[in-house]
Design a protein around this ligand. Structure first.
Ligand code: PMP
Length: 453
């Protein structure tokens, strides 16, 4: 055997040993997952992960190994554990799918679990859909979107969000969800870390895990009005931290951060050279305190927006991203690869409705949220009055396991979202204000009786 062949053989043996160890580690992770499940514990545990980080750092010093590579490798292992222990059976989407199945079997279900407005899109949508054929919008087009649409979006952002952007800063996407996916997948590498402030819409975490990116969680509490502390954010930043996700008005809490706190978070991001992914899909359902991250003019920010909630166009699958030209160019490559371009007829339709007055939708949702708050107070539930969005995130005075509650409620004909889908919030549930007041009352009556049981 030559020297090269001998070395290759050694590498092969080490690789195989590592695989066996990985299998052993995953089996143990599964065992731990079972215990956590029995005890009602959450999958991720930041303090335990930090202990492991310290052990690994010390070992790196001892054996003189690059700690940055070691941390990335550790992040891969931690994500493997999270994958082995996670189940998606408790998200609002899972409840929605179960509810749909029951409906197929003839059961009547009141849907207070999804954030899908029940009102019609603006009537201009009907008009523009009928024009689109004759206008010839139906070809392959630029991956960033129709230039005239992008120009209109830039004007809209400058007027409504106090931004200073032009069409080069815009990319049209099939909904905000794809904008979030593109940003996380394109801008971060496996082993990098992303900060998510929980409770949070589950897709940030899921997109990160899907791309081998480690999620660092900052857990906020009802007692602190769902506000993160700047020190909590700073304390989980290290050399692998690349992005922080913001979502205000927040799904599920309805929180809008005070301006001073937002200023502090942006400062932290700038100081640590982090991307800010700001999902602003609920921006028009917000109080006066809200301001767009665009107002900071920070080059490493990415804003996702959508027609789903503002225009009640969920199924049209249309939204957009606002960012620096450099970032937009990076995201465009993956969008071109995945879907060539967003459907032209839908882009045309959204363009024609962009400036429509959707104020009535906002008033409708606010009216329903006010009603829900009234009922929740009567029921002595604990919650923070939402500053925006379309949800109430509440818990009972005596904590209950809401995953079990949601299953039981389905049998009674009510679907609500269990808190565990938004992070480690097993005693909370989310009720959405996307049904008329009569239906909301009916749903809340069912909830009242089940909570009493
Ligand atoms: N972001 C948040 C915070 C959401 O709640 C949702 C949908 N519920 C989305 C993004 C997805 O929006 P879209 O329909 O535009 O993909």
């Amino acid at each position: 055997m030559t020297e090269l062949e001998k070395l290759r053989k050694k590498i092969e043996e080490i690789t195989i040993d590592m695989l066996s160890l990985l299998k052993k580690r995953n089996d143990i992770a599964q065992e731990i997952g079972k215990i956590k499940n029995q005890e009602g514990m959450s999958v991720s545990n930041e303090s335990r992960e930090n202990e492991l980080r310290d052990v690994v750092k010390r070992k790196c010093e001892e054996i003189n190994f690059d700690s940055n590579s070691a941390m990335k490798f550790l992040n891969f292992l931690l994500n493997e554990s999270v994958k082995a222990q996670s189940s998606e059976s408790n998200t609002h989407l899972a409840i929605f799918l179960k509810a749909k199945e029951l409906e197929q079997q003839g059961k009547k279900i009141i849907h207070l679990e999804v954030g899908e407005p029940d009102f019609e899109p603006p009537t201009s949508v009907k008009q523009s859909l009928s024009e689109v054929y004759d206008k010839g919008f139906g070809n392959y087009g630029p991956a960033k979107g129709l230039p005239e649409f992008r120009k209109e979006i830039a004007n809209f952002a400058n007027q409504n969000f106090d931004a200073k952007v032009d069409f080069e800063n815009i990319m049209v996407t099939p909904g905000a969800r794809f904008g979030v996916f593109l940003s996380i997948t394109t801008l971060l590498d496996p082993g990098d870390e992303i900060i998510v402030i929980e409770p949070a819409w589950p897709a940030y975490r899921q997109c990160a895990i899907n791309s081998g990116i480690k999620v660092r969680t900052v857990k906020t509490k009802l007692e602190n009005k769902w506000e993160p502390k700047s020190e909590e954010i700073t304390s989980c930043i290290n050399e692998n931290t690349k992005m922080i996700v913001l979502n205000y008005p927040n799904n599920p809490t309805g929180k809008v951060l005070p301006k001073k706190l937002l200023d502090e978070i942006v400062e932290i991001a700038k100081k640590n050279d982090l991307f800010i992914l700001s999902d602003e899909i609920y921006s028009n359902y917000s109080n006066d305190e809200w301001k767009s991250i665009l107002t900071y003019n920070y080059q490493k920010s990415i804003i996702t927006q959508s027609f789903s909630k503002s225009h009640s166009m969920t199924g049209y699958r249309i939204g957009y991203v606002v960012s620096s030209q450099e970032i937009i160019n990076k995201l465009t490559k993956l969008q071109a690869l995945c879907l060539t371009n967003v459907s032209e007829p839908i882009q045309y339709t959204a363009m024609k409705s962009l400036n429509d007055d959707v104020g009535d939708n906002v008033k409708t949702i606010y009216g329903r949220l006010a009603k829900l708050q009234e009922i929740c107070k009567e029921m002595e539930l604990e919650f923070v009055n939402p500053d925006g969005a379309m949800y109430i995130f509440a818990r009972t005075k005596n904590p209950i396991n809401t995953s079990e509650l949601c299953e039981k409620l389905l049998e009674e004909g009510l679907a609500i979202a269990p808190g565990i889908g938004f992070g480690d919030y097993n005693e909370f549930f989310r009720i959405s204000a996307c049904q008329d007041i009569k239906t909301l009352n009916e749903g809340m009556d069912i909830l009242k009786t089940k909570i009493k049981d």
